[in-house]
Design a protein around this ligand. Structure first.
Ligand code: NI
Length: 137
């Protein structure tokens, strides 16, 4: 890492396809890579800020998964039973023949909600996860 007049330079390794996709959006938005990465980092920080806070949190976790994958549904259900103390309700939408979307409404200890999102990320068949979590004073 090299420090220079208020900026820090670092190098990262990225899959070529991801770089191509990233660059095409960067170009469309009239940005450059550095500016776009800074925006992405700020977004990442704001999205994950709640996860280091202790106390009460509430929000929604959206999970897209492939129910055609063996045991994916069972694993997700077992997992959610294990976190029933922070799960208020779940809305299930059958997107197409294979894909399901679940909106998991959560409320409880931020630490526990974080554990849940991490467990969902590791879960079988899960393709995408997005969450909006707020902290409650
Ligand atoms: Ni379904």
């Amino acid at each position: 890492m090299e420090e220079k007049k208020g900026v820090e330079r670092f190098s990262i390794s990225v899959e070529p396809d991801l770089v191509r996709e990233f660059d095409s959006i960067v170009e469309r938005l009239n940005l450059n890579r550095s500016k776009a990465i800074q925006q992405a980092m700020r977004l990442f920080l704001s999205e994950h800020y709640w996860s280091k806070i202790e106390g009460e949190s509430a929000g929604a976790i959206v999970v897209v998964y492939d129910h055609g994958i063996r045991l994916a549904e069972e694993e997700l259900t077992d997992l959610q039973h294990g976190f029933r103390e922070v799960i208020n309700s779940v809305l299930h939408i059958h997107i197409d023949e294979r894909n399901c979307l679940e909106i998991i409404a959560v409320r409880g200890e931020a630490v526990k909600v974080k554990e849940l999102t991490e467990a969902l990320e590791r879960s079988k068949g899960v393709k995408q996860i997005k969450h909006t979590i707020v902290t409650i004073e």
